[in-house]
Ligand binder design. Sequence first.
Ligand code: LMR
Length: 333
Amino acid sequence: MAKDAIKILVTGAAGQIGYALVPMIARGIMLGLDQPVILHMLDVEPAAKALEGVKMELIDAAFPLLQGIIATTDVIEACRGVNIAVMVGGFPCKEGMERKDVMPRNVPIFRAQASALEQHAAPDCKVLVIANPANTNALILKESAPSIPAKSITCLTRLDHNRALSHIADRLNVQASNVKNVIIWGNHSSSQYPDAHHAIAITSIGEKSVKELIADDHWLDTEYVAFVQQRGAAIIKARKLSSALSAASAACDHIRDWVLGTPKGTWVSMGVYSDGSYGIEPGLIYSFPVTCQKGEWSIVQGLNINEFSREKLDATAKELVEEKSLAYSCLDN
Ligand code: LMR
């Protein structure tokens, strides 16, 4: 029997990431080739014409799985009945601006969207925040929508996770699909900690720990970390625009694994609320290693954290605490 369509909200749908993401969703890359979808696309009034153009292209592509399209600037219409919400739209950090400059602009956007989701989305709606600062925007959304379970609100660090896999794969001269169990800890910012201490790779000599295969702890703790931390900035420098296709692809990976489950023996990185695991302040939206089963994520427990890693986990948590207090000061206004 054919499955019922799943309604997926994409905010900022006429933007760069949105334009890359909506055809991936409509082709079945996010939820599978047997899963019909209805796209709810939201953007701001100045982008309304461009959004209409994206809708026209989606129609012209005649995607077999795409059962309906809503393209709107009305947040309530956009959120009505959605099962998955991918929050791409936010006030962008333009050249010369810092996060603290965009926070006062993003707080009202995420508050309004939080209350629209709370009142109009499906009760079990899964939320993924991509707009930067992603962890703190997700935190604002969580705090502004108390009736949405905290477990349903996440942010994207899968892009960093995928970058971390690919960089190891490049060094070992294997496919990225032959590397697994890297970890992105913390903030989706340059304070994140890409940790390869627990990673595994399959090479011509079989499955082995990445530490053993690379046999260069100095590279793993310095150049490797800096490469992944700075990759977003390197793309902005090259494209004069933020990453878009890789962000859209990572968003599909994040939702697919959350809904359909992570492969056995594999974890992925997701920004989720901290329950205090690994000594991280409870309530922060922090990137942890997680496994997913039956639509629920759980933080991988019991990994050994050495002194070097401990410092890195704490440094990125500290930045998130600072972002949180900045966001709270905007909430008070
Ligand atoms: C990325 O990681 O590519 C982006 O989040 C960078 C940015 O600041 O837009």
